[in-house]
Design a protein around this ligand. Structure first.
Ligand SMILES: Cc1ncc(COP(=O)(O)O)c(C=O)c1O
Length: 407
């Protein structure tokens, strides 16, 4: 019996049920992944007991001899992994990290340019319901009718609205991002460039997606998506922005660092430098390409006709009519296939009832799925989309597949 099981059976049971769910369903949420046992050991370590407001060597509490070494290690590894001049490893997650970057680089009311949420941007890139849209003045670029970012549109908008900050990097965009072109436009209009690589940082770390370095002023990534670390985020930047970024995290927007998670980030960064991680990231890409092709081969349209990264967007409008994303995601869940409804470019339906699905391969790849298995997954998804009645039968196939592959 574990201590948790003995002391609090209710919580223990819920965790066990969630563990079973993760092992008996196909998880295609593009932002989810499975971290290593080593990362999880660091996450649940005694480091969470310690308060350490400040930074290594400059703390407001005593007793930080080892915490300083842990944070410095995470900083050094983050810089090495991405080739960055400065790293702040304290952000507790991606949204607060973006909040701190705005705090560091902009004044309230300043104009900035980011991707429209409906075209694949993130809430923190200027949604009216988010701090970024409430406290600052967002302008948005989108994608062309084929679903690709049009750099001419970005350039024209930047010259028109003269933003103080341009954001590249997105939550639901399946094609390679030209960070250098974004930086050139930013320089032309005197703006700073923030690359939010939360989704693709594992691919960047493995050298399988263009890097935002050395062009970009500030880079933010979550650590729990393709990077396969603990929940959290980091901010990387040029030395000239280091002081402003550090101050915006502490004391600007956060208090005591989550030292257990900083240790887990350090472990994940070391993992991400290994040949095994590169192999993993390559498999993520291969799997995403096979999934897109399989769906298209079975008559399911994929936005932009494929993917360059770990995710893809399915457009259900032609098959089911507009606004059927959420309904289809729920149907797939009954078959044991977990994904999220997503807007598609120029979606006539509202964001809470969108017309597409977002599918990603990071988690299945961590669980051992390779091209052939992913092809099977694609066929199962296509069959449920085309005929809801097959969902119970597909559930059985999903259970067989999970039992065969997932440890
Ligand atoms: C591009 C991008 N930025 C920021 C975030 C926010 O991260 P978190 O959910 O950790 O706050 C996300 C998460 O989905 C994201 O996709």
């Amino acid at each position: 019996m574990t201590a948790l099981q003995e002391q609090d059976e209710t919580v223990y049971d819920l965790i066990e049920k969630e563990a079973k769910r993760q092992k008996t369903t196909l998880n295609l949420i593009a932002s989810e992944n499975i971290s290593s046992r080593a990362v999880r050991e660091a996450t649940s370590s005694v480091l969470s007991h310690k308060y350490s407001e400040g930074y290594p060597g400059k703390r407001y509490y005593q007793g930080n001899e080892f915490i300083d070494q842990v944070e410095q290690l995470a900083i050094d590894r983050a810089k090495q992994l991405f080739g960055a001049e400065h790293a702040n490893v304290q952000p507790i997650s991606g949204s607060p990290a973006n909040f701190s970057i705005f705090l560091a680089l902009l004044e309230p009311g300043d104009a900035f340019l980011g991707m429209d949420l409906a075209c694949g941007g993130h809430l923190t890139h200027g949604s009216p319901v988010n701090f970024s849209g409430k406290l600052y003045k967002p302008h948005h670029y989108g994608v062309d009718k084929n679903g690709f970012i049009d750099m001419d549109e970005v350039k024209q908008l930047a010259h028109q609205v003269k933003p103080k900050l341009i954001i590249s990097g997105h939550s639901a965009y399946a094609r390679e991002i030209d960070f250098e072109a974004f930086s050139t436009i930013a320089q032309e209009v005197g703006a700073l460039h923030l690359a939010d690589i939360s989704h693709i940082s594992g691919l960047v770390a493995a050298g399988l997606h263009k890097s935002p370095f050395p062009h970009t002023d500030v880079v933010m990534t979550t650590t729990h998506k393709t990077l396969r670390g603990p929940r959290g985020a980091i901010i990387l930047c040029k030395q000239e922005h280091a002081q402003a970024i550090d101050k915006a995290i502490f004391p600007g927007s956060q208090g005591g660092p989550h030292n257990n998670l900083i240790a887990a980030k350090a472990v994940a960064f070391q993992e991400a430098m290994s040949p095994a991680f590169k192999k993993y990231a390559h498999q993520v890409l291969q799997n995403a390409k096979v999934l897109a092709q399989t769906l298209m081969d079975h008559g399911i349209p994929v936005v932009t006709g494929g993917t360059d990264n770990h995710l893809l967007l399915v457009d259900l409008q032609g098959l089911l009519g507009p606004g059927k994303g959420a309904q289809t995601a729920k149907l797939l869940e009954t078959a044991g296939i977990i994904c999220n409804a997503n807007s598609v470019p120029y979606d006539p339906a509202p964001p809470y009832k969108p017309s597409g699905l977002r599918l990603g391969t990071p988690m299945l790849t961590s669980q051992g799925f390779t091209e052939q298995d992913i092809q099977t997954v694609g066929v199962l998804i296509a069959s449920v989309i085309k005929d809801p009645k097959v969902a119970p039968q597909v559930r059985k196939s999903v259970l067989d597949l999970c039992a065969r592959i997932i440890q």
